[in-house]
Design a protein around this ligand. Structure first.
Ligand SMILES: [Zn+2]
Length: 218
């Protein structure tokens, strides 16, 4: 698991060495071991633009059955996590308002601008774009992510700059964050597809791919 000292709250991004996390049970067990007595929240990810706000009443099982691709909360001592294998995991935190979020933004989520919807949901919880810090976890890079002309056209129509026929999703997510006023972005250059010794990749491994978990705990 990798943690980045510059990101100011408890967080992490798993890799191959932590396991492949095929089931919710495996994920829950791993978190119970590493963060005992800390409720674990994940949502039913479907590449949507939908955000779930945890207000203290939502139970982990209810979140798990909710279709969404981002979670926002001010609750302390809970884990909020997203699963990825090429898509961009985005961790957000406003240290002034103490509001956190996790986002799963693949190409569909990026087109749906789930980043914008999540930042808006954070603002409704008292956050301000000026204070929000962002961390982008391991994702597929342009070197391994050439896509169809049709998909490139969809990004261009959405007002996102694309060069050639490859997508760098992390770069596009960073542009979306900046458009919302979030400038404090940590985005180490990674590629889940070519860094195969370290990461799982849907594009490289197909439907039987393993999963990485990215999480925050306020
Ligand atoms: Zn690559």
């Amino acid at each position: 698991m990798k943690q980045y000292p510059a990101f100011p709250i408890t967080h992490g991004c798993t890799d191959r060495t932590d396991g492949s996390f095929g089931s919710r049970d495996e994920r829950q067990q791993w978190f119970a071991q590493h963060y005992p007595h800390t409720p674990y929240f994940e949502v039913h990810q479907k590449h949507t633009g939908t955000v779930l706000v945890l207000d203290g009443k939502v139970q982990p099982s209810e979140a798990y059955n909710t279709t969404a691709d981002a979670i926002v909360s001010k609750q302390k001592n809970i884990i909020m996590a997203v699963k990825t294998a090429d898509c961009v995991p985005v961790l957000l935190y406003d240290p002034a308002a103490q509001v956190g979020a996790v986002i799963h933004s693949g190409w569909k989520g990026t087109l749906a601008n789930i980043v914008q919807k999540t930042v808006h949901a954070m603002k409704q919880q008292g956050a301000s774009a000026y204070h929000i810090q962002a961390f982008l976890g391991p994702a597929i890079n342009a070197c391994c992510y050439s896509v169809s002309d049709k998909r490139i056209a969809a990004f261009t129509e959405a007002g996102l700059p694309v060069h050639g026929n490859s997508l760098c999703l992390a770069e596009l997510v960073a542009i979306q964050l900046k458009r919302e006023g979030v400038d404090d972005i940590i985005a180490p250059i990674t590629c889940t597809s070519c860094q195969s010794e370290r990461y799982f990749s849907y594009r490289r491994e197909g439907p039987d791919h393993g999963t990485m978990i990215s999480f925050v705990c306020l």
